[in-house]
Design a protein around this ligand. Structure first.
Ligand code: FES
Ligand code: FES
Length: 121
């Protein structure tokens, strides 16, 4: 069902884990399946200098959350807000259509974290 790149990211996720003293945290769970993703951010001068994720979910959710962290590192928080689920899926060479919604939880968690950061800074 998944292409090789998705499987590789699901098996060896980049930037997985927690973070000491993050500048912002966003947590989202999907009401349909109960899966959840947390995104931790370190931000300096509005640039995301470090990002980690922790996902409790299917292979698509892990792979897309991991790919997302690679895509946002070094970006400004406003540029990071422009990233869409299609962009993440494209970077992974595509996802099965019925798994596209799984790619939303990482992005939604990222947007929560950025919102929290903006509220506090
Ligand atoms: Fe829950 Fe994909 S099935 S995140
Ligand atoms: Fe739950 Fe995909 S089925 S996120």
């Amino acid at each position: 069902m998944y292409n090789e790149k998705v499987i590789e990211y699901a098996k060896n996720p980049r930037n997985q884990g927690g973070m000491d003293n993050p500048d912002a945290v966003g947590e989202i769970s999907n009401p349909d399946c109960g899966d959840a993703t947390t995104i931790f951010l370190k931000v300096e001068n509005n640039i995301i200098v470090d990002v980690k994720f922790d996902t409790f979910g299917c292979a698509a959710a892990v792979a897309t959350s991991s790919k997302l962290t690679e895509m946002v590192k070094g970006k400004s928080i406003d540029d990071a807000l422009e990233i869409t689920d299609e962009m993440v899926a494209d970077e992974l060479g595509g996802l099965p259509l019925k798994k596209m919604h799984c790619s939303n939880i990482g992005i939604d968690a990222l947007r929560e974290a950025i919102k929290e950061y903006k509220e506090n800074n």
